[in-house]
Write a protein that binds this ligand. Sequence first.
Ligand code: FES
Length: 267
Amino acid sequence: MRIFHVSEDPTIEIFHPRPATAFAELKKDVVFAVSETLLHNYLLPRDCPRVTFYAGHTTSEDDKVKFLSDEFEYVLAIEEKWLEKAISTTLYLYEFDAASFEILDKVAGYFISYESQTPIGKTILSQPIQAIKDRGNIDLKILDNLQDLAQNITDSSLNFSIIRMRNAQPTRLDSKKKISVPLKYIPKPQQTSIFIQGGKEYCIVNLNGEIYAIDNICPHQGASLGLGEIKGEEILCPLHQWRFNVKTGECNVEKYCVERYEVEIME
Ligand code: FES
């Protein structure tokens, strides 16, 4: 098993543990690495949003047919506006001794160490997009907007990683995502309310007179976002303080974004 840390910085001699804010379960700082199998997920500029997926043991036949092809084992999707940067960025693959790490997330290929780590090798990758294609089993998709795919993959039975979505283009509103909310459920400015319709809970937010709605149930451990605090354009989950943008549904923990809805107010 080979494991790597991908960076745009060519000068790293030693990796020191850092806070892992995206993993609430990690109480200590860590050094991150990714398995060679899923290395393609990181052969992109650090800030480039991406949706990646593949079939796991529990993936349904329907989802395999719908999202995968016979030709490729993995799909890696990025937005067109990042393609030029992805082509022109030079990456550095720092390899570690896998015996010094423990596995964190098998589906995502994440390994961690609680100790500082000195790489055992460094490879320069001056053409990362070509390197992705050369791996031979990656279906590299270039899309105008990642949001719909991210939502569909989150709802599927596929194994997936959704990374840096806070940098993706915002969700497009469409009529399917409109909800009608009686006036009495509309909160006062800088307040929230919880509206339930058809068994589904919505968190309604009044930001300076503009009304927004997102899913009320936090995708982390099910807290009620409508009971959270508003900070700027975000709601802080009351349980572990993950942040959800009420305009886009994006979370500071990428793969946990929530759906957002256009609100029609019923008098
Ligand atoms: S952040 Fe943990 S339940 Fe919301």
